[in-house]
Ligand binder design. Structure first.
Ligand code: NAP
Length: 285
């Protein structure tokens, strides 16, 4: 039985859909009353638990043997995921598949690059099987800019930096393969989309896909900070995002890899496909 954390999140919900579609025995966790209804039609076992409530996690994870581990990074990221890893090991799990990030580095200025690196190192030292997925930036991140995009502007601070954006549905597809096959243990996979893209190239794809002119506008750090504060993000996440953008602008992103196709047998979705399939979300912001 596979235990799915973050089942109500972006990657998690797509993974649930894929596992349910193949009737793969899985138990999914949700944290808030009412969220379980989304799993009813998928015929998955659903259980309520909270990452920060160890007893609820212990109850929820009983009798499962594989773990899909994803939590949203914040100040407690490493502490939280390491506690879940410890719990899985103590309950006799055999395999943990963790979503990490591409730019992991324990001395990075980027907070979640450090915390993911710390968790990945901890996981690798466990005696049970593990697989680490390190995706680059998600195409779906651009939905956050749907409002300015609707006004013809894609604000960014990436300069000419190129990123091999990945459609997060391809991360879920890789996770499904890795969870149900035995060939992927003790492996770390760097996952990207099919092509490196500058912000100007992203704006071009948005223009074509949405049918209206969209221009990439490079902003200063101060302007970007101001917009992020206005969006309601807290200081920790704003600092992390600014650092992430600087890495992208300085060419520090990983090269495009062929891992999605190699593992799943399917080419990763292109940016044009993503825009076409999310057109409604862009237009109905
Ligand atoms: N965005 C990127 O470009 C990018 C790139 C590389 C790697 N990553 C990594 O990808 C991961 C994010 O993936 P995602 O976008 O799929 O995540 P997401 O949509 O933000 O999902 C987070 C999930 O965690 C759940 N959750 C949060 N706090 C919880 C708690 N205390 N107890 C139980 N559940 C809790 C949320 O539940 P609710 O639905 O109840 O809120 C939700 O299901 C992160 O590890 C990030 O570092 C992101």
């Amino acid at each position: 039985m596979i235990f799915i954390t973050a089942a109500t999140g972006s990657i998690g919900s797509e993974l649930c859909r894929l596992l349910a579609g193949e009737n793969i025995p899985s138990r999914v966790m949700y944290r808030r009353e009412g969220q379980q209804t989304r799993f009813q039609n998928l015929s998955l076992q659903a259980v309520q638990a909270d990452f920060d409530d160890a007893d609820s996690m212990q109850q929820a994870m009983q009798e499962c043997d594989k773990l899909f581990l994803l939590t949203a990074p914040d100040q407690k990221h490493a502490e939280r995921e390491i506690a879940i890893i410890d719990l899985a090991v103590s309950l006799g799990f055999q395999h943990i598949v963790k979503v990490s990030t591409a730019n992991t580095n324990q001395s990075s200025k980027l907070a979640y690059a450090r915390s993911h690196a710390q968790i990945d190192a901890y996981l690798r030292n466990q005696s049970i099987d593990w697989t680490i997925l390190r995706p680059t930036g998600f195409m779906q991140n651009f939905l956050e800019y749907a409002h300015p995009i609707g006004k013809g502007i894609l604000p960014h601070m990436l300069g000419e930096g190129q990123i091999g954006y990945i459609d997060l549905r391809d991360i879920a597809l890789v996770a499904k393969h890795v969870l149900i096959q035995t060939a992927h243990t003790k492996a770390t996979y760097y996952l990207t989309g099919p092509a490196p893209m500058t912000a100007a190239q992203v704006a071009c794809e948005l223009t074509t896909g949405l049918g209206s002119a969209i221009q990439a506008v490079n902003q200063s750090e101060a302007e970007t900070r101001k917009a992020l504060v206005y969006s309601g993000l807290d200081a920790w996440h704003i600092d992390a995002l600014i650092e992430q953008f600087k890495i992208g602008a300085n060419g520090g992103e990983i090269d495009v890899t062929g891992e999605v196709a190699r593992i799943t047998g399917q080419a990763p979705r292109t940016f044009a496909q993503f825009v076409s399939e999310y057109k409604k979300q862009f237009l109905n912001h």
